[in-house]
Ligand binder design. Structure first.
Ligand SMILES: NC(=O)c1ccc[n+]([C@@H]2O[C@H](COP(=O)([O-])OP(=O)(O)OC[C@H]3O[C@@H](n4cnc5c(N)ncnc54)[C@H](OP(=O)(O)O)[C@@H]3O)[C@@H](O)[C@H]2O)c1
Length: 300
């Protein structure tokens, strides 16, 4: 298959790129810098610029690019998080609609941004949250829906917290846990919807191959976990104590609004559509997942 990939320098994109290349797909990478290899092309999504013919002959487009949500959510940062996703998706959508023949599939990142929902079990059919991330993902999925209306199978990848030892949320937590400073955050009863990086890349490849999948798909492990249990599991995997609680107030002071959205919100998402369509998780269980991630990070 010929696949055009955005965000290929990011956490998920770089892992996915390796797997797609191992599957012998031809991958064209759209990057926001001048190309350095024959498989790279430069685009400028903020300015609405896509190089002539870069999508030509593509069977599928996978769009993972967007301003990082890490860092303080100032007004400017919020604007960049939203605009970078909407503009880039609209640009790809316009270009795909003008093609003949058109790609058969468009896989577009989104998030399991369901907001703080307590004990509620959240499926692919659940409504996104009313908070900032929920609004971003709603607008993002609406931008992607124009591709579906053009007759191209479109999948919204509602990604959970992607766990990896080198980048992303887990990598950011590891130093504190290694120092024995990790523990419960807030009440610790909030659910985290996690998935390993290996399963994330595997689930995206599965969504690429299964032509019956379209619309929102939760890309999360089948076992969301309460934050306090996650902290204990990570402590066990590292052989470190996890007795120091961190108050909700302290994380809000340290991280601002991001703390509510990512650390304190209870999101109990499950992946019925992935499971019904036959996807088999490599790491459905948190203890085994953390062990495998830490072993990989140590070997790297
Ligand atoms: N990681 C997670 O836990 C998680 C959870 C839920 C949702 N997601 C979503 O899934 C997507 C991929 O996640 P990730 O963790 O791989 O993200 P990431 O590591 O932050 O990488 C995103 C990529 O997007 C491109 N990018 C950065 N700023 C941009 C901007 N202003 N405009 C357009 N493109 C920009 C960059 O690629 P180039 O420099 O090559 O263009 C970057 O490598 C993101 O949209 C993210 O919001 C991730």
């Amino acid at each position: 298959m010929k696949i055009v990939l955005t965000g290929s320098t990011g956490l998920i994109g770089s892992a996915l790129l390796r797997q797609l290349e191992a599957d012998n797909h031809q991958v064209v990478r759209l990057l926001r810098r001048p190309p350095q290899r024959p498989d790279e092309m430069e685009w400028d999504p903020a300015a609405g610029k896509l190089p002539e013919g870069c999508l030509a002959g593509a069977d599928a487009i996978i769009h993972l690019g967007g301003e990082s949500i890490q860092g303080r959510w100032t007004n400017a940062k919020r604007g960049a998080i939203l605009e970078s996703r909407i503009r880039s998706t609209a640009l790809l959508a316009r270009s795909m609609a003008a093609m003949n023949p058109r790609p058969h599939s468009f896989l577009c990142a989104s998030a399991a941004a369901y907001g703080d929902r307590g004990e509620e079990i959240l499926t692919d059919h659940s409504d996104l949250g009313q908070d900032f991330l929920g609004q971003v993902c709603r607008a993002w999925e609406a931008a992607a829906a124009t591709v579906q209306r053009a007759g191209i199978r479109t999948v919204n990848l509602r990604l959970g917290m992607v766990l990896d030892g080198r980048r992303g949320a887990l990598a950011a937590m590891l130093p504190a846990f290694r120092w024995g400073l990790g523990g419960r955050v807030g009440s610790g009863r909030q659910f985290w919807s996690w998935i390993t990086l290996a399963d994330t890349a595997g689930a995206i490849r599965h969504a690429l191959a299964d032509e019956n999948l379209a619309g929102p798909v939760n890309i999360v492990s089948p076992n969301p976990i309460r934050q306090a249990d996650f902290a204990r599991a990570l402590g066990r995997a590292l052989g470190r104590p996890t007795i120091l609680p961190v108050s909700a107030r302290a994380v809000r002071l340290a991280f601002g609004e991001v703390a509510d959205a990512l650390l304190l919100a209870s999101i109990r998402a499950v992946p019925p559509r992935l499971l019904e369509s036959g996807f088999v998780f490599k790491n459905p269980d948190i203890d085994e997942a953390l062990e495998s991630i830490l072993a990989k990070a140590a070997a790297a």
